[in-house]
Structure formats: structure tokens, C-alpha cells
Design a binder for this molecule. Structure first.
Ligand code: PDD
Length: 286
């Protein structure tokens, strides 16, 4: 069944939704995005995603397409029109269509392009993969230096997932100067002696909305958290490993570059954090 999607003020069947070939998102990757999960027809941490979107736009001198309230209304309308119970809403803002190709940013007369669509994922919260965990490989992090801005430059993350697939794994963790930065589309963690370790925020990783929530819940549950970089060797010798993202929540990692992490099965800390995260997020969903 065809989805109803949103493009620049209009709700349209997906087949009729169009963006110009001159759009800077298409020609220059001059665009930012957000992925917000939906559970029980409600948005998880919309405020966090809206705040990060505003920050990404601001860092790139890009105009906001509309107010946060208007964005919320569009998200809700798409949930209603597509009868979405579990899944995600993808949002993208580009610097718009200047009518030709030019490296120089267009002036304020060019309006940003705003596109949103739903992705239904029944069983997202009960994902059976969370019971068995996933395998990752490590690859060099050769992305640009402003990974804190959520741009649509996703070629290398896509290549990383393909490298993982080719190696018989599920995903890749990126390594720079000997330390793990993050996963291709998620934030990376290890657990050692009960302590949760994850890289500190900076321009070298995306400031995950799920990361912020999970660390808050962990601290509230009196779990110890240390924000610092770690190596692949340290991760392989850890008791547990996991990642977080808006689309996977908390996902155990049971193998890194062929070496089992802990017992090679999902750990207790990751399982508990996943449960707390889902419970608390559902309660706060809007
Ligand atoms: N990815 N790091 C990277 C590089 C990401 O692309 C993502 C999210 C995260 C986790 O951020 P959050 O918890 O806010 O989802 C970290 C989304 C889900 C995606 O590209 O589909």
C-alpha cells in the first residue's frame, strides 16, 4: 500500500512526491536529517530530535523550514494518515532548490526543502535480534570532521555496512587514531566490571538522542558511567558491548572482529538498559 508522505507543505501519495534535480540535498548532500521512532502510535523523544535538528541547521547556516510545533503537527499527521503503530519517521531538510548547480550557498530567497516519510516496522520494540545480539567488524573512520552535525552524507556508513555484510557481520564500528568513535549509524558502548563506558561528546561523533536518554536512565538507576574513548582491544576484553540508536534502541553486540565479547551472548546491563529505555520512553512518548 502506498504511503502518504510530506513534501514542502503537501501530503501526497509517495509516487507523486517530487524534489527538483537542482535540490542541493541531491547535488551537494547539503542537507540534514532526523529519525524519530514511533511506538504505540506515539513519538519517542520528539523534543530531543527537534533540538538536535535546530542545532544541525544552525551549524550549517541553514534556515529552519518551520517551527517545532509545526514539525510536531506534521509528524502526528503522518502517523495518523499512515496508521503507523511501530516504526520510524524520517525527516530531511535541504538548503533547497536554487534552480541551478553552484557551490555557493543561495540567499534567503531560496526556501529549504522539507521532506518526511514514515517507515512501518511492526515488532520494532520486540525485535528478536536484541535477544541474540549482533556482530560487528572494525573499520577506519574516514568520515569528515563534523560528525556532530546530522548530515545526509551517508555513503561511508553505507559502505561500512556493506563491508560488515561481506565479512559475515551485521555492522561496523569506526576507529580513528586507535579509538572507537561510533557505529555506522549508532553510538558504541562497552561494560566492564559493571561500569558503562562510551566515548565522550565532541565533533567526532553524533550526539545521539538515545545515548543521552540511556545515560540519564543508567545514572538514575545508580549504574556507573564513564564517558571516554576505548579501543577495539578493550571492547573485545569487556564483559559486554552494545550500541544505541533511535531505530534499534539498545542493541547488544556479542562479537567484535571475530572475538566473542564476554560469554558471546547479550549481557545483563544491555538487557536492563533496553528494558528501562523502552519503558520510560513509552511513558514519555507524545
Ligand atoms: N542514526 N551515530 C550515528 C553516526 C548515527 O547515524 C546515529 C543515528 C546515531 C544514534 O543517534 P540517535 O540515538 O539520535 O538515533 C549515532 C539514525 C538512526 C539513522 O541514520 O538511521
Amino acid at each position: 500500500m502506498s504511503r502518504t508522505v510530506y513534501v514542502n507543505g503537501a501530503y501526497l501519495p509517495e509516487e507523486e512526491a517530487k524534489v527538483s534535480i537542482f535540490d542541493r540535498g541531491f547535488l551537494m548532500s547539503d542537507a540534514v536529517y532526523e529519525v524519530t521512532s514511533v511506538l504505540g502510535g506515539k513519538l519517542i523523544d520528539f523534543a530531543g530530535h527537534a533540538t538536535r535538528l535546530a542545532r544541525s541547521l544552525n551549524e550549517l547556516d541553514m534556515a529552519a523550514p518551520c517551527s517545532d510545533d509545526a514539525l510536531l503537527a506534521i509528524h502526528r499527521e503522518l502517523i495518523a494518515r499512515n496508521d503507523l503503530d511501530e516504526g520510524m519517521i524520517y525527516l530531511q531538510v535541504t538548503r533547497g532548490n536554487p534552480g541551478d548547480r553552484d557551490f555557493v550557498f543561495p540567499g534567503p530567497e531560496v526556501a529549504p526543502t522539507l521532506v518526511l516519510f514514515t517507515q512501518a516496522k511492526p515488532g520494532l520494540a520486540d525485535n528478536p535480534t536484541a535477544k541474540v545480539g549482533i556482530k560487528v567488524i572494525s573499520i577506519d573512520d574516514i568520515r569528515w570532521g563534523r560528525r556532530d552535525i546530522k548530515t545526509v552524507q551517508l555513503l561511508y556508513p553505507s559502505m561500512g555496512k556493506m563491508m560488515a555484510k561481506k565479512a559475515g557481520a551485521d555492522d561496523a564500528w569506526l576507529v580513528e587514531d586507535g579509538f572507537v568513535t561510533e557505529g555506522t549509524s549508532n553510538n558504541a558502548y562497552i561494560v566492564k566490571d559493571g561500569k558503562i563506558i562510551t566515548r565522550n561528546l565532541g565533533t567526532d561523533i553524533l550526539h545521539g538522542i538515545t545515548r543521552a536518554a540511556v545515560l540519564r536512565f543508567a545514572r538514575e538507576a545508580q549504574m556507573e558511567v564513564e564517558e571516554r574513548p576505548f579501543t577495539i582491544e578493550e571492547a573485545q576484553a569487556a564483559d559486554e558491548a552494545f550500541f544505541t540508536s533511535a531505530s534499534a534502541f539498545v542493541m547488544p553486540v556479542v562479537e567484535i572482529d571475530g572475538a566473542a565479547v564476554g560469554a558471546g551472548t547479550p549481557g545483563r546491563v544491555a538487557a536492563r538498559l533496553r528494558e528501562i529505555y523502552l519503558d520510560e520512553s513509552r511513558k514519555a512518548a507524545i
